[in-house]
Design a protein around this ligand. Structure first.
Ligand SMILES: Nc1ncnc2c1ncn2[C@@H]1O[C@H](COP(=O)(O)O)[C@@H](O)[C@H]1OP(=O)(O)O
Ligand SMILES: [Mg+2]
Ligand SMILES: [Mg+2]
Ligand SMILES: [Mg+2]
Length: 288
């Protein structure tokens, strides 16, 4: 994820983004394509049997040798693996790769919204995730970028977990993929504040750093690679991520990619089900 983040910065610095639209308001750039090739090639080299599903599809062309990363993070690797994962086999695992989350914001120069997401599911459950933020601190000139990780049952690292302010409700949601249904869901919760930012990774960072209480997106626009890593990191902090009906997503290899039930995520200690109960039925009916 760190190497992919460097690729993302280098392509922006060169200035030729190579933008194509994959659908409606669904951009892809050279940075999305290259970052994915870096991550997939690096993982495949070490784990040839691993199932990896990336947003930008398969590409078997050879990657530059300096894009292949095979070293480990010393802090994470020094920790004890929770016993419940000791019998996991490679058939149980799916890695979901969003090489660049927040592409729309990337093309608009809102660079701190961009993240690189690598999520890992075991038997369909999101259990581990990395959220790399390649432009963290880029305005202050200090060391640029940071990498957040979480493993359910072990913990989190790379950031300072914070609780959200008590006694009020701050929501975070999309800034580039809104519609009437998205809006209705937000209004029904009667929040004190709504923070509109790009990226699923970025919004979950707002939750785990105590800047918002809930991430609400009553839309089918997010896919499994958008939510797998953020969900795992959030759950490792005690939070929860479901669809707008309160159902958990399955991240097994044969599932459909779109999160057709929308995204509803809350920080630790919030009444997830109680808030969901306030969402109007007409909103829920649009997300089947
Ligand atoms: N309608 C959509 N079409 C394509 N991608 C979407 C759509 N809605 C959301 N996404 C993906 O989910 C992320 C979070 O949504 P938002 O930023 O609107 O809150 C987006 O950055 C985008 O991921 P990506 O940038 O990786 O393509
Ligand atoms: Mg995309
Ligand atoms: Mg994404
Ligand atoms: Mg993406």
């Amino acid at each position: 994820a760190n190497r992919a983040g460097k690729i993302i910065r280098d392509i922006m610095a060169r200035g030729d983004l190579g933008i194509v639209d994959k659908g409606i308001n669904d951009l892809q750039t050279e940075a999305d394509r290259s970052a994915q090739r870096c991550i997939v090639a690096s993982l495949s080299q070490q784990y040839p049997d691993l199932t990896i599903i990336g947003e930008e599809g398969a590409n078997n062309s050879e990657v530059p040798s300096d894009w292949i990363v095979t070293d480990y993070d010393k802090v994470v690797i020094s920790k004890q693996c929770p016993p419940e994962y000791s019998t996991v086999t490679s058939e149980d695992i799916v890695v979901w790769v969003d090489p660049l989350d927040g592409t729309s914001e990337y093309t608009q120069g809102l660079l701190e919204h961009v993240t690189v997401l690598v999520g890992l599911s075991v038997k369909g459950k999101a259990i581990a995730g990395v959220i790399h933020q390649p432009y963290y601190n880029y305005k202050s000139g200090n060391s640029i970028g940071r990498t957040i990780w979480g493993l359910v049952g072990m913990g989190v690292g790379g950031f300072d977990p914070q609780g959200a302010p008590p006694g009020k409700l701050i929501l975070t949601t999309t800034r580039s993929h809104s519609d009437g249904t998205v809006q209705k869901a937000l209004e029904a919760l009667n929040p004190d504040e709504i923070i509109k930012v790009g990226g699923a990774g970025h919004k979950v960072l707002l939750l785990i750093e105590g800047k918002a209480h809930a991430y609400v997106f009553a839309s089918k626009g997010c896919k499994k690679w958008d939510t797998c890593a953020p969900e795992a990191v959030l759950v490792a902090t005690g939070g929860k991520l479901t669809d707008m009906h309160g159902n958990a997503y399955n991240y097994g290899k044969d599932v459909q990619h779109p999160n057709t039930g929308g995204v509803f995520a809350t920080v630790s200690g919030l009444d997830h089900e109680g808030l969901l109960a306030k969402i109007p039925q007409e909103v829920k009916d649009k997300l089947k």
